[in-house]
Design a protein around this ligand. Structure first.
Ligand code: ADP
Length: 745
């Protein structure tokens, strides 16, 4: 039996008791969310005859007969994934899951499809990578972008590494530490002045009122002034401390962010297209912010609280060990209690939040689809559904309220009980003359300083573990080894000629989904090759492999006889230019954008390139000419203009091998002509691979490669292929007819 997830024994037994015949299952995968995006685990199970979807608590079971299923699909949608299958009647949704589970479900779908087709399922059909297990303990990872699970993270190494970022700020960190000590001293001095000094020295005239040779008896105003001065002093140190620490943490995090960004730039395209692009910004921003906030707020809080406990505890124990002990017994219990209680309380809050969102989305859904609701007479069903959601939300809200209105007052009162004991025992000590009223007031002041932060200290432990996880994720990216990198002894090729050979290449972006099959072609330097085929046939993929954005799975690509894998990446990238469908312009001036490939280019060179690309005329008409700023992605410019800038960029780059991916957007005849003309100038003397959606634009190509479903089905000149009346001929005819319908000759 092959399985990605192993069905738990209990689950299997209960299912069998419920007459669900899943004992001999072939493959099983656990989903994590339901259709509302709520956490609700279910098992999707495949047997020889059926596909099951059973919720973990057996509250719902679906059983589909494989006889009626044509094909199963695991799709990745924007934020979630979905398992569906096709029947003669249409598509049926089996379940939804979070995007991290897409690889598992893809594997599930491919195994199911094999069973449907009656093919044999082999060990290797299960991609071991989909398991996403921790490298150290082998447990499932909460997130497939991690390599080690949170419990296996080497915290010590991470902390040391984080501190290594602080090396540059030794002086500032020394000042911060000094200020943290000062804060502790101030928080000790406050209750001491207002308690012991005030009551025992200032208000008591019994011969003890002599502090540092100053008789304080009756000096009420003086002590109040000292108290206020301490307050002001403490405020100033806090401000200075806050400013220095914000600056240092900010700069440290800036350095971490730069390191992450830099290593991301080195990573291959596979990393970016691995459906985790959305995660990348989160990684750079939230993870580093998590670390930042922990450094600014969390760590200093822990340090001051611990210092307070130590210093105040030592003072209290030294003056009166019994009373000191009484004050210091509760904090560990309070801390432990919050440690245990807080995660549960947070979980309750999360449930409340989820239920509120699903109730709101239900309302939103129902109101927006009111026409459909009414048309199908579904008002009562909607009311029932809403009632159920609303009830679940209100159950949750009641639970949270009951807990918070019970637990927190109880904790507050238990602290008060300790204070009462201090009053009783302290009072007895005072009567016996072993303690003073002032000292007791100081003790009570210290107690509240120590007890107060206990609940937060418990939170900080969780916070620290979040920050550690964030740091771990960040360091994983920093340490990631790019899979497209120079080989051990790369061949330096500063001047390539441009012969390109594809030798039996095959490729897939994802396991079990081959995109290219066994393609071979020899292209001579300076030749222009047109890539033709339906959308999704694999044309861009071929160019991605030539430029080594990805590496082939099988076969080899050579340039001037040297395998691209062995060519120094820097040399390769310098000599391959691309003009892509959607020209990406970075924020900056037009001139900077043209010179993106050659920042040292002079303005004359830039203008010459723009003129060759037929872009000069429109550029000079812009308000600031070459200095006109363009926005993200080149907003403010038309498709044709952006394309000409891309051509100018490529002309300046002056590559030996050129990849052209023609834009599909409709352009007016004049613009099209100008672009065509610029392209002709651009391709001269370069080996060119051109993907054109309009076949007429490939008339100048020396040869055409016709790609169908990832295979090279025809290769030859336009005339040869046209005469052969094969795939190309059909494509050509189809397109001509389509153009005629649109009235384009
Ligand atoms: P074409 O250029 O002929 O339109 P492509 O080479 O872009 O086709 O795509 C070929 C196949 O590879 C398509 O099925 C497409 O969905 C898939 N594909 C393209 N890029 C990726 C990617 N980054 N990850 C996974 N699949 C991809």
């Amino acid at each position: 039996m092959i399985s990605i997830d192993i069905l738990p024994e209990d689950f299997l037994n209960t299912a069998i008791k419920d007459n669900l015949d899943i004992k001999e299952y072939i493959i099983a995968v656990k989903t994590d969310i339901n259709s509302l995006g709520e956490f609700a685990p279910s098992w999707v199970i495949l047997t020889e005859k059926y596909l099951y979807c059973i919720s973990e608590d057996f509250s719902g079971t679906e059983k589909y007969d494989l006889k009626y299923i044509k094909e199963v699909f695991a799709e990745s949608l924007v934020s979630i994934g979905m398992l569906t299958f096709k029947t003669d009647m249409g598509y049926v949704e089996v379940c939804k899951f979070s995007n991290t589970l897409v690889p598992k479900f893809s594997c599930f779908a491919s195994v199911t499809n094999k069973i449907i087709r009656g093919e044999e399922v082999r060990e290797e059909d299960i991609d071991k990578n989909v398991e996403h297990r921790c490298e150290k303990c082998g447990k499932y990872l909460p997130n497939n972008s991690m390599r080690t699970c949170p419990s296996c993270i080497d915290r010590k190494a991470i902390i040391l590494r984080l501190f290594a970022y602080g090396k540059k700020f030794k002086v500032q960190i020394a000042v911060i530490t000094l200020f943290l000590l000062l804060t502790t001293i101030f928080s000790m001095v406050g209750p001491y002045l207002s308690g012991t000094v005030f009551f025992d020295y200032v208000l008591t005239d019994n011969g003890k009122a002599d502090v540092f040779g100053v008789d304080l008896y009756g000096k009420v105003v003086l002590i109040v002034i000292i108290l206020v001065a301490f307050r002001i002093f403490s405020m100033i140190t806090n401000i200075i401390y806050g400013r220095i620490s914000a600056k240092v943490s900010g700069e440290m995090v800036y350095n971490i962010k730069t390191d992450v960004f830099e290593s991301m730039q080195k990573l291959s395209m596979k990393f970016f297209s691995n459906k985790m692009t959305g995660n990348l910004m989160t990684r750079i921003n939230s993870d580093t912010n998590e670390i930042l906030y922990f450094f600014i707020d969390g760590l200093p809080f822990v340090i001051t609280t611990v210092l307070n406990i130590l210093a105040m505890g030592a003072f209290m124990m030294a003056i009166n060990p019994w009373l000191g002990l009484l004050c210091l017994i509760p904090p560990p219990f309070i801390f432990m209690f919050f440690r245990k209680f807080m995660p549960k309380f947070r979980k309750m809050h999360n449930t409340l939040f989820r239920r509120r969102s699903s109730m709101n989305s239900r309302m939103n859904d129902s109101f927006s689809g009111m026409r459909v609701v009414k048309a199908f007479g579904k008002e009562q069903a909607e009311v029932r559904n809403f009632g159920r959601d609303s009830m679940r939300f209100s159950d949750s809200a009641v639970k949270v309220d009951i807990v918070s209105s019970t637990v927190f007052p109880v904790i507050g009162q238990s602290m008060f009980i300790v204070t009462i004991f201090v009053y009783i025992i302290g009072g007895l000590f005072i009567i016996n003359g072993n303690f003073t009223f002032g000292l007791m007031t100081t003790y009570i002041g210290y107690m509240s300083t120590i007890f107060g932060p206990m609940s937060n200290l418990a939170n900080t432990v969780t916070w620290a573990s979040y920050a550690m996880n964030a740091a771990n994720r960040v360091f994983e990216v920093i340490d990631a080894v790019p899979d497209i990198k120079d080989c051990e002894a790369p061949v330096s090729m500063p001047d390539i000629k441009g012969d390109v050979s594809l030798k039996n290449i095959s490729f897939s972006y994802e396991v079990n989904k081959p995109v290219l099959h066994n393609i071979s072609v020899d292209v001579k330097a300076g030749e222009m090759i047109g890539l033709v085929g339906h959308s999704g046939a694999g044309k861009s993929t071929i160019t991605n492999l030539i430029t080594r954005l990805y590496d082939v799975n099988e076969g080899e690509i050579t340039i001037d006889g040297v395998p691209v894998k062995n060519i120094k990446l820097e040399d390769l990238r310098k000599q391959i230019g691309m003009v892509l469908q959607d020209t990406y312009l970075f924020i900056g001036t037009i001139a900077q954008n043209i010179a993106y490939s050659k920042p040292e280019a002079s303005l004359e060179e830039i203008i010459l390139a723009a003129k060759t690309a037929n872009a000069h005329d429109f550029i000079v008409k812009l308000p600031d000419g070459y200095d006109t700023m363009v926005g993200v992605g080149g907003s403010g410019l038309s498709g044709g203009e952006k394309q000409r800038l891309a051509i100018a960029r490529a002309i300046l780059h002056n590559p030996k091998i050129l990849i052209l991916d023609e834009a599909t957007s409709a352009l007016d005849t004049e613009t099209e002509q100008q672009i065509q003309e610029a392209m002709e100038k651009l391709v001269k003397g370069r080996t060119t691979f051109a993907i054109a959606h309009r076949l007429s634009t490939l008339r100048n190509a020396d040869r055409l490669m016709v790609i169908e479903k990832g295979r090279l089905v025809e290769l030859g000149t336009h005339e040869q292929l046209y005469k052969a009346e094969g795939v190309y001929y059909k494509l050509h005819k189809l397109q001509q007819e389509a153009l005629k319908i649109r009235g384009v000759e």
